[in-house]
Design a protein around this ligand. Structure first.
Ligand SMILES: Cc1cc2nc3c(=O)[nH]c(=O)nc-3n(C[C@H](O)[C@H](O)[C@H](O)COP(=O)(O)OP(=O)(O)OC[C@H]3O[C@@H](n4cnc5c(N)ncnc54)[C@H](O)[C@@H]3O)c2cc1C
Length: 222
């Protein structure tokens, strides 16, 4: 399988960093083709603006989606975005590895989506959800939290984790056609013992060994 791992954590020695490295190691050992986007490592610029493009249709009034259509037709995406868009098109499975920040992804990853999931390339002309451009691809969120697991149950302090992830899983991934796999959550790695963290890394690796056979996850309605 062709797999893209998008990694968004500012510290390579973090638990997220360990999960990222474990994923690369296991998936390559299983014979998959792996490409990565280490967003902090690349110093990826998350701000979406006219610099997304090497030329503009309307330099007097910037309207991103119209410029995206124009750039798609005229090959005008910036040198920074082109390889990222190519990687998304290439992959059959996309994995995001990130810490939950403010009930969402770190801004660098949200900015990567804002800039690369362009109209004309990822959605548009009525091609959304089941007919989305990425309908033959799968996506998997792999994340860590600060809070414990019981805080992320329906009646917990923070509420159901699947409701928190809905803007990502429904609003971005399914919207553009991806089939979403069950999210992989490690709750509160900073609160764990060394042994518990080792167990979590093994649990992640074991899951990835058979990820190609996983069925789609029902993201539900909240
Ligand atoms: C801006 C911001 C917003 C946040 N919002 C939320 C929120 O909305 N909800 C929420 O729950 N939390 C939130 N948090 C907390 C955040 O989600 C957690 O701090 C993060 O998920 C923990 O993951 P980490 O990789 O940073 O852990 P780390 O603290 O880097 O790692 C935990 C431990 O694992 C150890 N470790 C690293 N590698 C290995 C290895 N190979 N084997 C064993 N141990 C290892 C590390 O040394 C460390 O001791 C927020 C944090 C920030 C900064």
């Amino acid at each position: 399988m062709k797999i893209l791992i998008v990694y968004a954590h500012p510290e390579r020695k973090s638990f997220n960093g360990a999960m990222f490295q474990e994923a690369c190691r296991v998936l390559e050992a299983e014979g998959h083709q792996v490409q990565t986007s280490d967003l902090y490592g690349m110093a990826f610029k998350p701000v979406s603006d006219a610099s997304n493009f090497t030329g503009l249709q309307n330099p007097d009034y910037f309207k991103q989606q119209l410029e995206e259509l124009h750039a798609t037709a005229n090959h005008l995406f910036s040198f920074e975005l082109k390889p990222e868009i190519k990687k998304i098109e290439w992959c059959e499975l996309m994995i995001w590895q990130f810490p939950l920040w403010w009930f969402s992804v770190p801004a660098i990853l949200k900015g990567w989506v804002d800039r690369t999931f362009a109209m004309g390339q990822a959605y548009g002309s009525g091609r959304i959800y089941e007919t989305g451009f990425f309908k033959d691809k799968k996506a998997l969120l792999s994340l860590t939290t600060g809070g414990p697991q019981d805080a992320y149950l329906k009646d917990g302090l923070q509420g159901d984790i699947n409701g928190i992830l809905r803007p990502l899983q429904r609003g971005i991934l399914q919207f553009t056609g991806f089939k979403v796999l069950t999210p992989h959550v490690v709750y509160g790695p900073a609160r764990m013992s060394g042994e518990e963290r080792e167990y979590e890394l093994k649990r992640w690796g074991d899951r990835l060994r058979i990820v190609a056979d996983e069925p789609e996850f029902n993201v539900g309605k909240y």
